[in-house]
Design a protein around this ligand. Structure first.
Ligand SMILES: C[S@@+](CC[C@H](N)C(=O)[O-])C[C@H]1O[C@@H](n2cnc3c(N)ncnc32)[C@H](O)[C@@H]1O
Length: 194
């Protein structure tokens, strides 16, 4: 439902003009794969969950670029330091147990000047919605695969050492139940050159 209501467009925007070797963290069922541009030479899609990994492997067979789906977790990405031109985090930094560890790993696997593309739902600016998110987050992670509705993900990206180049904030609520996860960001950050 989210795809037809705008998420597909967000994914296209997220991945536009990427090139080279890309690591995608927590690829899920592979919903991003269809939108990788032809200049991407390889996507290494890391997915810890067996069932989702199987579905991602199926999606990879229809991808316009080569996609290798591998097991792994955010705080131990199975790639060499500096081996990727870009990294993609979409709707995953809400769910990882340790956001700082995940971002440190993304930083590690990127080459100097490598780009992090992010598409995440985040903490609300609106005080009332932010306090609703804090209340919801007492139970939401236990029923939604570890997802937290109200993380300040852009601050965490900066704290990890990235320079945020662009960040577009918008509300996206594909259904009424998604109200606590409506505030989204979509942007690019960069691992500084050495
Ligand atoms: C809401 S889904 C998003 C899937 C996909 N990125 C997308 O945009 O559709 C969250 C994903 O994060 C993954 N995930 C959760 N914890 C993770 C971790 N510690 N390391 C890597 N992936 C994780 C889940 O297995 C799931 O695939």
């Amino acid at each position: 439902m989210a795809e037809a209501h705008g998420a597909a467009d967000h994914r296209r925007e997220l991945l536009a003009c990427l090139s080279g070797r890309v690591v995608e963290l927590g690829a899920g069922t592979g919903l991003n794969f269809a939108y990788y541009p032809a200049a991407v030479t390889e996507v290494v899609a890391v997915e810890p969950e067996n069932h989702l990994r199987g579905r991602a492997r199926e999606a990879a067979t229809h991808s316009p670029v080569p996609v290798r789906v591998v097991p792994g977790v955010a705080d131990a990405i199975p790639l060499e330091a500096g081996s990727c031109d870009a990294a993609v985090a979409s709707l995953v930094l809400c769910s990882v147990a340790d956001q700082d560890a995940a971002l440190a790993e993304l930083f590690r696997v990127l080459c100097p000047n490598g780009e992090l593309r992010f598409y995440e739902h985040v903490e609300a600016d609106d005080r009332r919605l932010a306090s609703l998110q804090r209340a919801v987050d007492l139970v939401w992670p236990s029923v939604a695969g570890g997802c937290h509705t109200g993380r300040d993900t852009v601050a965490a990206i900066r704290s990890a050492g990235f320079t945020v180049d662009t960040c577009r904030s918008f509300d996206f609520r594909p259904c009424a139940l998604a109200a606590p996860t409506a505030p989204h960001v979509l942007g690019t950050a960069r691992r500084p050159p050495r």
